[in-house]
Design a protein around this ligand. Structure first.
Ligand code: TXA
Ligand code: MG
Length: 319
């Protein structure tokens, strides 16, 4: 099989109605979608991604009213965030309704649910009579895709169709939130930053995105989002005389280093939104260069920079 790339939502719908897989654009990253209510279709997602079956999937719906269909007792504390930010880069981890099969949530009682902000995908979702389970459309552990072409390069042999909605505007996966003991828990830092969330949620917020003790959420494991090159975070770029220039790449925020090649700037203007938008494509570009190692500069730890640095640290993590 070789995936076709196109903008034909009827074709995408037809494949999904018949239990197949389709690459879909979202504002965060591209997803690998299948009918979330069909256990066989969902099992094909795990197989195509090489994803362990204990790592649950996010389901995607077209409108807030769908939250009632697929979840139970949606916490009132989350309603303000849902109204303000959906469609958008936020995912709610809440109690699932019985019609969601166990395989979709890896047997967990909670389901992760979101409304992606992308016109083509929203149109598709609203034409289907089931939600779409869709993890990021990359092999397990690798960098997430932000273009149809990224999906094609890695999963093109395994799926029939990729909907091309242009480059993902945000470029980082959604922020995952839920309520525990009246507090808002951030399970994954992502494309909606904490400052935005704080404007709407006035209660206590706890960040709990470290799951080394919780293998049920490996997307939050230390090592993730990893390109194939060795990655190292460098805090001091002034001591680089000894390195082998030709075999080293540099990922920099907004300024180039004098005298080095193989450099990618995330945002010359120093804009964190632009940096997020370019991050995953930059990591993929290094994988194609004839280099052995990439030195990375962290970006300012504010706004979207918090989630960008999270991805950079995980890309550099040893295990
Ligand atoms: O922006 C996004 O969220 C993208 C686009 C395609 O929507 N999707 C995405 O999915 O990033 P994925 O599968 O790559 O990451 C989902 C993360 C994983 O770390 C998974 O373990 C966690 O969410 N997750 C999903 N359902 C869960 C559940 N029921 N309980 C705990 N963690 C869950
Ligand atoms: Mg992923």
């Amino acid at each position: 099989m070789r995936a076709e790339i196109g903008i034909d939502n009827l074709k995408a719908k037809d494949i999904l109605d018949n239990g197949g897989l389709v690459g879909i654009p979202t504002e965060t990253v591209y997803g690998l979608a299948a009918n979330a209510l069909d256990p066989l279709a969902v099992s094909n997602i795990y197989a195509a991604k090489n994803r362990p079956s204990f790592d649950p999937l996010i389901i995607h719906v077209g409108e807030i009213a769908d939250f009632q269909k697929y979840t139970v007792d949606f916490p009132v504390q989350l309603l303000g965030l849902a109204e303000k930010f959906c469609p958008g880069p936020i995912t709610f981890l809440v109690k699932k309704s019985e019609i969601i099969p166990e395989i979709t949530t890896s047997g967990l009682e909670k389901v992760a649910i979101r409304i992606p902000k992308h016109p083509l995908t929203l149109e598709l979702l609203n034409s289907l009579n089931f939600p779409l389970a869709a993890p990021s459309a990359n092999p397990f552990g690798y960098v997430s895709p932000t273009t149809a072409h990224h999906v094609y390069e890695q999963l093109g042999e395994k799926i029939p169709y990729i909907l091309d909605g242009g480059p993902s505007k945000v470029g980082l996966e959604s922020t995952i939130v839920g309520i525990e003991n009246e507090r808002l828990i951030i399970y994954r830092k992502g494309g909606l930053d904490l400052d935005e969330i704080r404007k709407v949620f006035s209660g206590e917020i706890l960040i709990n995105d470290h799951s080394s003790s919780n293998p049920q959420a490996p997307g939050m494991l230390d090592k993730h989002y990893s390109p194939n090159k060795r990655i190292e975070i460098l805090n001091d770029f002034s001591e680089l005389q000894k390195i082998h220039k030709e075999s080293t790449g540099f990922l920099r925020f907004n300024t180039k280093l004098e005298g080095f090649e193989n450099q990618i700037l995330l945002s010359e203007a120093g804009n964190l939104n632009e940096a997020a938008f370019r991050l995953f494509d930059a990591l993929r570009q290094f994988d194609k260069m004839e280099i052995e190692k990439v030195f990375i500069e962290l970006v300012p730890e504010k706004g979207l920079g918090v989630a960008i640095n999270d991805r950079l640290r995980r890309a550099a993590a040893k295990s």
